[in-house]
Design a protein around this ligand. Structure first.
Ligand code: 4AD
Ligand code: MG
Length: 484
């Protein structure tokens, strides 16, 4: 008999009152089994939905040996009649006529007990997708990917594939994983002891990319509007609930976009994704709302109603310093020129404004070389978004800060002036040899353009209400952990 998915079986209601339903076949894994007065009840799940289908069987009608093998985790093929269910909370159930054990599961199965800790589940990441919570998260993750592709496709962006192996460091932070085929026991070096790469696979030093942005800009300055969506790699030793060494990033890059339009895009795009989740992941969100975070759905709906605050960094610092004056304690300093720590971002978003914030016009000192430089004033300050004055040089960054997450998007207008960009590269003593192709975009028909990067897992954290980024990707890569 042809298999019916559980999600479909649950939609087919047998004729009310007739007691007779269609014969169907379902396949899946046993979530639980209980016995009562010679009747067994199995909750079967096949991953197509958070919901289980109930299988009811008469002990007397099945070989004892088969019934014994129906254990938590076992994989079954069940044939039977789909009937209206007398049980509360479910519409239909299956009266089993035949059960085949496709895969036995003994009592060493690591997911037998309910209520296992997140830490424990990470040690069995090869099996945790079979739990209710991870099933829900992974279905939502898929739906978010579809939302992203649909948004950009509908808005005329082209999906542009940027390389994962690269010889340049987009963020200039040096947190890169090297790619080499060299024998690490026998490295050739020059007189100063520097490793020579001319005999390596690519003939030069290469790494895994930290961002597809630089190549994305090449796409945008030809196709008008592109986006990337792929894995990125960062060898930063950040053991936090918000950092992965391998994460997925979405990076739109658009020609002829100014700072205001970039912020409009960031806000519209995030809201579209959140709305998509509410429209398409109802069952899974309701489950997470019940089990993980009772205010999840309310928070998602709340974001759709809010207008994001647009806040120059300098004003943000003023608010933080005012808070400190009034007795607020932060672990890290927040003087003008300091990069904000996540405690600062969260104070602004969760306590001060109580809504998402797009922060603009960051000091040049800790932002990337490619950002558009704001006009400088004669006293060494600068003028940014809507005329906001800053005491030092600033750049047109536009990061989106979110409740419970902190930075979810990092974006900026790009410096389109060849001379200014070159001066910045030189000021930072960056290696020009790997950037000549990038500077060419400013040399040949340069245009104003802007873009951003959204951390996919940070979006999934927000949409699922989960607390740790290791629990929203199937197989997390973090310092000291590359298992599975
Ligand atoms: O702010 P970032 O470093 O920006 C860039 O890489 C730009 N080149 C993007 C662009 O303009 N095209 O990273 C962008 C986002 C962050 O806001 C955060 O959401 C996420 O990527 N992110 C991480 N997510 C998980 N683990 C990490 N280690 C992350 N580092 C950044
Ligand atoms: Mg950033």
């Amino acid at each position: 008999m042809k298999r019916t998915k559980v999600i479909d079986a649950l939609q087919v209601l047998p004729q009310r009152g007739s007691g007779e339903g269609a014969m169907i076949c379902v396949k899946g894994w046993v979530r639980s089994k209980r016995d009562s007065k010679g009747i067994f009840f199995i909750a079967l799940n096949d991953g197509s939905t958070i919901k289980n289908i109930q299988i009811v069987g008469d002990d007397a009608k099945f070989p004892e040996e088969t019934v014994k093998r129906i254990t938590t985790g076992a994989c079954l093929c069940v044939e039977g009649k789909l009937v209206e269910s007398p049980a509360a909370g479910q519409t239909s159930e299956i009266q089993a006529t035949a059960i085949e054990i496709l895969g036995d599961c003994d009592n060493t199965y690591p997911l037998q007990k309910k209520g296992a800790s997140w830490e424990y589940l990470r040690t069995v990441a090869h099996l945790r997708p079979r739990t209710n919570t991870f099933g829900a998260i992974l279905r939502i993750r898929h739906n978010m990917a579809m939302a992203i592709h649909t948004y950009f496709h509908e808005h005329g962006y082209f999906y542009f594939h940027t390389p994962l192996i690269t010889a340049s460091d987009c963020e200039g932070a040096g947190n890169m994983f090297q790619v080499t085929t060299k024998n690490l026991y026998d490295l050739k070096k020059d007189e100063q002891g520097k490793i020579l790469y001319n005999d390596d696979f690519f003939g030069e030093q290469t790494s895994l990319t930290v961002s597809g942005q630089l190549e994305g800009e090449l796409g945008a300055t030809a196709l008008g509007a592109i986006y990337t969506f792929g894995p990125t790699f960062r060898a930063e030793n950040s053991n936090t609930p918000r950092h992965l060494a391998e994460f997925w990033m979405i990076e739109p890059e658009v020609a002829f976009l100014d700072q205001e339009e970039l912020m409009d895009l960031e806000e519209d795009f995030i809201k579209y994704c959140v709305r998509w989740a509410l429209d398409n992941c109802k069952d899974d969100l309701e489950f997470l709302n019940k089990m993980i975070d009772k205010s999840l759905i309310e928070r998602l709906e709340g974001v759709l109603k809010e207008t994001f605050v647009r806040l120059p960094y300098t004003e943000g610092i003023n608010i933080l310093q005012e808070a400190v004056k009034n007795g607020k304690k932060f672990e890290f300093p927040c003087n003008w020129g300091d990069d904000l720590a996540s405690e600062h971002e969260r104070y602004l978003v969760e306590e001060h404004f109580k809504k998402p914030v797009i922060m603009t016009d960051y000091p040049r000192s800790f932002k990337s070389f490619y950002m558009k430089q704001n006009e400088e004033t004669s006293d060494g300050g600068s003028v940014g978004y809507k005329g906001a004055v800053a005491p030092g040089p600033t750049m047109q960054g536009t990061d989106v800060l979110f409740p419970s997450i902190g930075e979810i998007i990092g974006g900026s207008v790009r410096e389109e002036s060849y001379d200014k960009l070159l001066a910045e590269v030189e000021r930072r003593e960056m290696d020009l040899t790997h950037l000549t192709w990038y500077l060419d975009t400013r040399k040949y028909g340069s245009c104003p353009h802007a873009g951003f990067g959204l951390g996919f897992e940070r979006l999934i954290l927000f949409v699922t209400g989960m607390q740790n980024i290791r629990d929203v990707i199937p197989f997390p890569r973090t310092p000291g952990n590359a298992q599975f």
